[in-house]
Design a binder for this molecule. Structure first.
Ligand code: ADP
Ligand code: GN1
Ligand code: MG
Length: 356
């Protein structure tokens, strides 16, 4: 925990008992579980999210909108979306100081998070979950959303950031990653395809989640059905291709995101088939032909983008993603690039599963 925060002081602001433990495996925020009844307390990462008020406003607006849709469909809004718990003085977060901003959610009980051991059924369910999330937000007033991380999925700008990191070589690691840099720059040719499509009006902007990794969805502990999409910090205007591609970046890999034995890291066409089936069961009538045709490419693009983000962070000295070992970001980058290489030859095969 940064800046030696007195967490009990934070708990008092939310009228909570002093019983707390770290929770989950997120790379960004500091997440805790508070006991009986359970809540999720999170320190928002303000190095990354510069406007926590705008971010919380987004989450309040999006979850309020979802709650109505869920209730209208006969569902349980406390379970099927996040519920923000206010502080004693009615705020949606508690500012301990500028760098330590906390929020509280209801703990969604009887669910599980899947990190790496996913089954094809899980992927089908994840497809339904993320597809439904986007479908429910189809008529959300996109203009009220704050852009919590500007240009988050602007891949060409991510390439520029990589080039800057190479030039600056802050951590002195450049010489040791020549092979990875060469791969990243060689593949940069396809980086602008979606951004260009958006600029030309060929790809529509929608409300998207933008961080659809499989551990950002809660599954029912008993039935395995997708219950709730969480980690709403990056809900912003975007292309549906970001959500589809990012979900399969991890969901479609036979290995963990940081697996170092790359012989265990392959892109699995069957995983794509299962996720696409679930996703399209919700979104098939909303997608344009252009979007449908780009689904396989989106996986390669988002995997590439994440790979260059890991490599950039490695070159910058690991300032963005949480790491748990010295070369963690490099391991992650290599892993993503292995998947990109696999995906280079798979687009045609994957296109078979992109049917309404
Ligand atoms: P990060 O942005 O760091 O990834 P997340 O919001 O995804 O943080 O939370 C980290 C983990 O905490 C999730 O993967 C999930 O396991 C758990 N979690 C988050 N919110 C809830 C909730 N409301 N109920 C139950 N578990 C949750
Ligand atoms: C981060 O917050 P988390 O762990 O769900 C990151 C994603 C990356 C992902 C890589 C806000 O996701 O963009 O794809 O790590 N989130 C942010 O694992 O940068
Ligand atoms: Mg998360």
């Amino acid at each position: 925990m940064k800046n030696s925060v007195n967490l009990n002081q934070v708990l008092h602001q939310f009228d909570l008992p002093e019983s707390i433990a770290p929770y989950g495996n997120g790379h960004i925020n500091d997440t805790y579980c508070v006991e009986a009844p359970r809540y999720i307390l999170q320190r928002i990462n303000t190095n990354i999210f510069k406007d926590p008020d705008g971010l919380m406003e987004n989450i309040e607006n999006v979850t309020a909108f979802l709650r109505k849709k869920i209730a209208a469909a006969g569902g349980n809004p406390d379970r099927e979306t996040l519920t923000v718990i206010k502080t004693l003085d009615g705020k949606n977060c508690y500012k301990y100081d500028d760098n330590n901003v906390f929020r509280l959610y209801l703990f969604i009980e009887d669910t599980k998070t899947i990190e790496n051991d996913k089954t094809y059924d899980d992927l089908y369910e994840a497809g339904i979950g993320f597809g439904r999330f986007q479908k429910m937000l189809e008529d959300f007033p996109v203009e009220i959303l704050h852009e919590t991380i500007p240009n988050f999925h602007h891949t060409p700008k991510r390439v520029e950031a990589l080039k800057q990191a190479i030039a600056e070589n802050k951590a002195g690691r450049k010489d040791s990653v020549q092979e990875e840099i060469a791969f990243a720059l060689e593949k940069a040719a396809f980086a602008d395809k979606v951004i260009k499509g958006i600029a030309e009006g060929k790809i529509p902007m929608r409300v998207t989640h933008n961080d659809t990794k499989i551990n950002n969805i809660l599954f029912d502990a008993e039935t395995g059905k997708a219950v709730s999409v969480i980690d709403l910090d990056t809900v912003m205007p975007g292309s549906m291709l970001y959500d589809f591609g990012d979900a399969l970046r991890m969901g479609g890999s036979t290995g963990a995101e940081d697996e170092t034995d790359l012989s265990k890291v392959n892109f699995d066409a069957k995983a794509f088939e299962c996720f696409a089936k679930g996703f399209l069961s919700e979104m098939k009538d909303s997608l344009t032909d252009e979007e449908l045709a780009l689904l396989p490419f989106s996986v390669k693009l988002l995997t590439y983008e994440c790979g260059i983000r890991f490599l950039t962070d490695y070159l910058n000295g690991d300032t963005y993603f949480k790491i748990h070992r010295e070369h963690h970001n490099l391991d992650r980058a290599r892993n993503q690039f292995k998947l990109v290489a696999d995906l280079e030859n798979m687009e045609e095969e994957l296109l078979k599963y992109c049917v309404r």
